[in-house]
Design a protein around this ligand. Structure first.
Ligand SMILES: Cc1ncc(COP(=O)(O)O)c(C=O)c1O
Ligand SMILES: N[C@@H](CCOP(=O)(O)O)C(=O)O
Length: 468
């Protein structure tokens, strides 16, 4: 399997290199050159298999021998052995034809663990094979950071630096990043918003001297392996609900467009998907884009669903590439316009193709709280604010016959204040995470400036001069 950049101007790579690269050297994101295909019989067989077995079948064509099958299988088994539910990502029925796909049973209580647990192991494996070290960077609006730190803490071949917006994540999210004591973990609180953090991460990848000197590697969903591991649960849920013999729709609380792009990938690989519904909070650039065809940045508003307080949605570039026939020039032009003027327009043809597969809706703060209260009162089910946005938006897109699966992206205990205010019930952290709330915190506050972050990393990364 070969991977090429959405902007068409970076080296074509194999899986192991894509895994270590993060952003492509032309500023684009890597995509597999072809989508592996699963026939109806294979998809039907997933219903009788364990999560780990389906994961191997879905992931191995993309890895394409870069990691021997036996090693890949044991990495998958180890990755999910610590999940608190035997099904890894169980489906819970909440209405006559509506379901929540609970993705938050991993160590840090968000869907990010599903991919990050595997990514940590795969990166470690390839770095060990090559005898190299890497400096991992990640931008987080709250969940990627904790999951990445959990996956990489104490690993000898990597140092991890996570950039988060100071004061804009929940206490639980912050403590997941600031309480690990391992020397290779660095939590950097930046005086800005998530988009600033993500722009600095991308800026560091585009600063080749720095990138090469510190052997930079990325764990945001710019890294293809993150998306890859997330494709699995679409197949698992789809097969459980009758695919390939009937279509399934998914509503996805969306910020950086990674999770929903994984659903698109599953569809391209043969899963019969009726609609992929983008659910946003008031930071609704994606919903507006699907409505109007114009991608236009506005200010970021802090909400009770902080992980989705995003305006520059990285993975949307992957979809733009898909609907523009993988034309790197077109994608580069749109991304340049975004950098220069804060907006771009999608042509009618590509927009129509997007609308064929995607729908969208937004949910304001009031409706988020009302949805939490409603499901708690009616069904005794406690939603976190991000999943509540999905549940609210899904209502307008659920038809009688097609099952609607809302992706449950976080555990309510990550956002106890918002959940208690909405429902009157304060969700409890699992026992093994309670101590963290009293542990000493360790973080570095920095200006949201690329130079300041680079200086800090250069001083603390052990991979300086190692080169990935
Ligand atoms: C809890 C939660 N829900 C939803 C999202 C949005 O996911 P994505 O960025 O993949 O669209 C995030 C962050 O990304 C998140 O942390
Ligand atoms: N919501 C995310 C933002 C980063 O997204 P990613 O999927 O690109 O890592 C977070 O919680 O950090």
């Amino acid at each position: 399997m070969k991977y090429s950049s959405t902007r068409g101007d970076a080296p074509v790579l194999e899986f192991s290199d894509v895994l270590l690269q993060g952003l492509a050297r032309d500023g684009g994101l890597y995509l597999p050159e072809t989508w592996p295909q699963f026939d109806a019989e294979t998809i039907a067989s997933f219903a009788g298999k364990s999560y780990e077995e389906v994961a191997f079948e879905v992931i191995s064509p993309f890895v394409d021998g870069a990691i021997p099958d036996a090693d890949l299988k044991s990495m998958i088994a180890e990755s999910y052995s610590g999940f608190r539910h035997p099904a890894v990502t169980p489906l819970v029925q909440t209405g006559s034809n509506t379901f929540i796909l609970e993705l938050f049973h991993g160590p840090t209580l968000a869907f990010k663990d599903v991919a990050m647990q595997l990514l940590g192991r795969m990166m470690d494996y390839v770095l060990t094979q090559r005898g190299l070290r890497a400096t991992i960077v990640g931008a987080t609006s709250g969940d990627t950071g904790g999951a990445a730190i959990e996956a990489f803490r104490g690993r000898g071949r990597t140092d991890i630096f996570v950039l988060f917006p100071d004061g804009r994540v929940s206490n639980v999210q912050r403590r997941q990043m600031t309480t690990p004591t391992e020397a290779n973990v660095h939590a950097l609180a930046l005086t800005g918003n998530f988009d600033d953090c993500q722009a600095i991460v991308k800026g560091m990848f585009n600063h080749f001297n720095f990138r090469d000197r510190v052997a930079l590697s990325g764990v945001n969903s710019i890294n293809w392996a993150r998306i890859l591991a997330q494709i699995v649960y679409y197949f698992v849920a789809g097969a459980a609900l009758g695919a390939p013999h009937r279509k399934v729709s998914f509503t996805v609380p969306t910020g950086n467009f990674g999770d929903i792009f994984a659903g698109y990938a599953a569809m391209k690989m043969g899963l019969p998907v009726d609609k992929l519904v983008v659910a946003t909070n008031v930071n609704d650039i994606l919903a507006r884009t699907l409505e109007t065809g114009r991608y236009e940045k506005r200010g970021v508003h802090p909400t009770i669903s902080p992980s989705m307080d995003i305006q520059v949605s990285s993975n949307f570039e992957r979809l733009l590439s898909e609907v523009n026939g993988r034309d790197g020039d077109v994608v580069r032009r749109m991304m340049n316009q975004l950098n220069q003027s804060g907006s771009f327009t999608i042509e009618d043809g590509p927009l129509a193709e997007m609308r064929q597969h995607f729908a969208a809706g937004r949910c304001d703060e009031e409706a988020t709280s009302a949805t939490i209260a409603e499901l708690w009162t009616e069904a005794g089910y406690l939603l976190d604010p991000h999943t509540a946005i999905g549940v609210h938006v899904a209502k307008a897109h659920t038809s009688g016959e097609t099952p609607m699966v809302v992706l449950g992206t976080a555990h309510p205990a990550k956002f106890p204040d918002a959940v208690e205010a909405a429902s009157g019930d304060r969700p409890d952290l699992p026992e093994n995470l309670k101590d963290m709330m009293f542990a000493e915190e360790r973080q570095q506050v920095l200006a949201a400036e690329q130079g300041a972050v680079e200086q800090y990393i250069e001083k603390h990364a052990r991979a300086v001069g190692a080169g990935v």
